[in-house]
Design a protein around this ligand. Structure first.
Ligand SMILES: [Zn+2]
Length: 151
């Protein structure tokens, strides 16, 4: 339903790019940082820091929720992950930076990716006030996911 799971080669390539950027910007490449990013790349459910932490402690019991929060902040500042319009109270994140929209289930909070079809960003430009330059556009749709819509 969500984006396809990524293969190991793609994940490794993304991690290598991350390590290269860390080195270039003088940021220490810690196992924790790599693990948070790896888990973000693998995730297709737009996890919150809490959701990520639960997955990471299984392999790295010493990683704290605070470390996950701080690492997500670092990754966001570096442009490796984006914050997704929060469905509930906690911010959700994703590492898939190809342009797409989101469908948020009002009942279970699941966030599904919707890839542009009818919603090409160029279509939005027409409706903008005169003089605006559009650089990106994202639609957050709300409703019930297939699981919750089932009677
Ligand atoms: Zn997404």
């Amino acid at each position: 339903m969500n984006a396809m799971k990524m293969d190991t080669a793609t994940i490794d390539a993304k991690l290598a790019a991350f390590r290269a950027r860390c080195s270039a910007s003088g940021l220490r490449i810690t196992p924790q940082r790599q693990e948070v990013y790896r888990e973000m790349v693998r995730a297709c459910d737009h996890p919150s820091a809490e959701m990520l932490h639960k997955r990471i402690v299984r392999r790295m019991p010493a990683v704290t929720l605070d470390t996950v929060y701080r690492t997500l902040g670092t990754l966001e500042a570096m442009g490796f992950v984006e914050r997704v319009g929060a469905a509930g109270n906690s911010a959700r994140y994703e590492a898939n930076l190809t342009p797409h929209h989101h469908f948020v289930c009002k009942h279970c909070g699941d966030i599904l990716d919707v890839f542009p079809g009818h919603f090409e960003p160029s279509g939005f430009a027409r409706d903008l006030p005169k003089g605006c330059q559009l650089h990106s556009a994202r639609v957050d749709m709300r409703g019930l996911c297939p699981k919750c819509a089932r009677p």
